[in-house]
Write a protein of this length. Structure first.
Length: 430
């Protein structure tokens, strides 16, 4: 007797009976044969990473490969975004598959032949650039899926839209970008998909697919607090107003808000301060200190409550010492929310793709994704692909955004299988 714990995974047994099996025998050997090319694409992209809104070489490579396949290709959307359209042999629904393209200001420390040596300017300083979040793998896997699906074009009932998105990590200061800008510039205005799917590489057993319905990744906001005092000589602080001392009190108070003022049994909430800037000399108390950080939430009401309490706390702690505080925030992404019915429907496709590595439930992740903006427009499912080296535990695997981040490349085959199967099955069994 087999017992399924999560309802999502129990329902998959029923849906598996209805999955499209007609094209599966043809897809499997094609994907396996294509994998050396997918790995080659990934290594090329890894060696030549580009920061958000600066993915010029990457977008040229993507557009070139899509045009070679004979797809309809649009470039220049949201600065460097590329969209490919594959119309099947028969009319039907529209399904979208998405990959992000940008790298991070991280100096790579992985000893591999194709390690990045790239450098670029970020926030006014020279930085190393690395695909420390696996977006190179995402692009390569989606190009692989496009190649396989093109070979089945006459058998497809409907249309597949391939979205290669820039600036998922966030656009540079003063610029727009990412999913929000692609939608603003009309991504879905001419050809709105009935569903969208996306995959992200993540620490986990190699090739395992991980998913959950409803909130899978957090909403993200950045914040900045400017604490303003009165500059004075460090030997006589009583003659001025010390914003450094106020900032110290404020940091402690802010961290207490999620811990003591929010009902975290309802949903998780995280507040982290990543920047503290102020002062130019050891014996001068400055007139201003700036704090910067992020909050992550899964509940819209809790998000508003947290931001409101942060503003109130900053202003009143500063005022108590004769200083002032200016609070500002910027929304980065909404909750990545997997449509329940679509997630249930997708399970057979993911199980076929995962093979022996399987499909596993995953806890909510407090990282965020601007894939959420697409899900606000159409039903979507976002899932993860495990990329650990065999025998290496999650605890011993370098996380995303680490200079030591690496992936087990054979795992990408299951990513290509997943994207391909989801598109084929959706068009056949919407």
């Amino acid at each position: 007797m087999r017992i399924c714990l999560p309802a999502l995974f129990c329902l998959s047994a029923f849906y598996a009976q209805h999955a499209n099996a007609d094209l599966k025998p043809a897809l499997e050997p094609q994907i396996s044969k294509l994998m050396p090319q997918v790995i080659s694409w990934r290594r090329d992209l890894h060696q030549h990473p580009e920061l958000s809104n600066r993915e010029f070489r990457t977008s040229e490579l993507v557009a070139k490969e899509l045009k070679k396949l004979g797809l309809e290709v649009q470039t220049g959307i949201a600065h460097t975004g590329v969209v490919g359209v594959l119309k099947g042999g028969k009319p039907g629904p529209v399904v979208a598959l998405r990959a992000d393209m940008d790298a991070l200001p991280v100096t790579e420390q992985v000893d591999i032949p194709f390690a990045s040596k790239a450098k670029a300017e970020f926030n006014g300083q020279e930085v190393g650039v690395m695909h420390a979040c696996g977006h190179d793998a995402h692009v390569a896997m989606l190009l692989g899926a496009a190649t396989v699906l093109k070979s089945q074009q006459k058998n497809l009932t409907g249309t597949v839209v391939f979205i290669f998105q820039p600036a998922e990590e966030g656009p540079p200061a003063g610029e727009e970008g990412g999913a929000a800008l692609m939608l603003k510039q009309g991504l879905f205005s001419k050809l709105k998909p009935d569903a969208i799917f996306g995959v992200h590489v993540w620490p986990g057993p190699s090739g395992q697919l991980q998913v959950k319905d409803e909130g899978i990744m957090a909403a993200a906001d950045s914040f900045e607090i400017k604490v303003k005092g009165v500059q004075v000589h460090g030997s006589s602080p009583w003659r001025g107003v010390d914003p450094v001392a106020v900032t110290g009190q404020l940091i402690t108070a802010l961290h207490q808000i999620p811990a003591r003022q929010l009902d975290v049994t309802k949903a998780p909430a995280v507040l982290s301060i990543g920047q503290v800037n102020g002062g130019v000399r050891w014996n001068i108390i400055p007139d201003e200190v700036t704090l910067g950080g992020t909050v992550r939430t899964f509940d819209p009401q809790m998000r508003e409550q947290l931001l409101s309490k942060m503003k109130h706390t900053a202003e009143h702690i500063a005022a108590a010492s004769g200083a002032s505080a200016e609070f500002s925030q910027r929304g980065f992404a909404a909750v990545t929310w997997n449509d329940v019915k679509l997630t249930q429907w997708a399970m057979p496709s993911l199980q076929w793709a995962g093979r022996d590595a399987g499909v596993a439930p995953i806890k909510p992740i407090t990282a965020s994704e601007d894939f959420s903006f697409y899900q606000q427009q159409v039903p979507g499912v976002f899932f993860f692909l495990g990329i650990n080296e065999p025998g290496v535990s999650v605890e011993k695997t370098a996380p995303n955004h680490s200079p030591f981040f690496k992936i087990h490349e054979p795992a990408m085959e299951n990513g290509v299988r997943a994207l391909t199967a989801l598109a084929v099955d959706f068009l056949e069994k919407k």
